[in-house]
Design a protein around this ligand. Structure first.
Ligand code: AP5
Length: 222
């Protein structure tokens, strides 16, 4: 049986969301993206204006805010068989806070998978990303364009996906991982793969690193 309590780490545009959807479909576990949760809270008018501005400028929201979201979410019934945390934790206090949350629920993390992509590729990936607001499907105008059936009005361009903000988000990521990755490496939890290549090539590396066999997830669909 594959590992089912997972963390995906990677810079903006590394392909975390894209790969998370494949892993979660294969393992039948939910994707918990703190970025998506924060954007949903913003859409519902529940995110304080100060945090909306921090996100739009490419900064991180306070650790206590994201920890509160995750603390609540992992206790929900669909997380029982496992879950994939996408974009969380991002700081060492978030990582230690996550340990506490998991200990409270009597479970432990299995693997932290870092997806590495060089800076020059990241900007192009993020700037040309579009998300179908009805389905959450992620597209790229050059590498994975939306089909003709998706109306242009349904494609969202994130406010933090403009070049200057993406550059700031990459800097924030580099500063934070300087501590976060060694934190998990010391605990023997960290695996790293290259996120360069086609989506399918990266998926093959992800599945191999997570030891997801070709049978896993297939039986349920048959
Ligand atoms: P979040 O939503 O988590 O964004 P992020 O980490 O910056 O990551 P992205 O969503 O930009 O990229 P991704 O790696 O998922 O790439 P994707 O698969 O979409 O966070 C946003 C903000 O929320 C943060 O800046 C912060 O303010 C706040 N926040 C969130 N979590 C927080 C936390 N824990 N603590 C504090 N603040 C937090 O792919 C990108 C594009 O590339 C797509 O168009 C895709 O189609 C394309 N693509 C993917 N793979 C490939 C490939 N192999 N080849 C070519 N194109 C590809």
């Amino acid at each position: 049986m594959a590992n089912t309590r997972l963390v995906l780490v990677g810079p903006p545009g590394a392909g975390k969301g894209t790969q998370a959807k494949v892993i979660c479909a294969r393992l039948g576990i939910p994707q918990i993206s703190t970025g998506d949760m924060l954007r949903a809270a913003k859409k519902a008018g529940k995110l304080p204006e100060e945090l909306v501005k921090q996100m739009a400028a490419g900064g991180l929201v306070p650790d206590s805010v994201v920890l509160g979201l995750v603390d609540q979410r992992v206790t929900e019934a669909d997380c029982k068989p496992g879950f994939l945390l996408d974009g969380f934790p991002r700081t060492t206090p978030q990582a230690t806070g996550l340990d506490d949350v998991l200990a409270k629920n009597g479970v432990k993390l299995d693997v932290v998978l870092a997806i590495d992509v060089a800076k020059d590729l990241l900007v192009e990936r993020a700037v040309l990303r579009r998300t179908d607001k009805r389905t959450g499907q992620i597209y790229h105008l050059k590498y994975n364009p939306p089909p003709a059936s998706v109306a242009e009005a349904d494609l969202e361009h994130r406010p933090d996906d403009h070049e200057d903000v993406v550059a700031k988000r990459i800097d924030v990521y580099e500063a934070m991982t300087a501590e976060l990755l060694p934190f998990y490496e010391k605990r023997g939890k960290l695996k790293r793969i290259s996120g360069v290549g086609t989506v399918d090539e990266v998926t093959q590396r992800v599945l191999a690193a997570l030891e997801i066999t070709s049978q896993e997830g297939q039986a349920e669909r048959a």
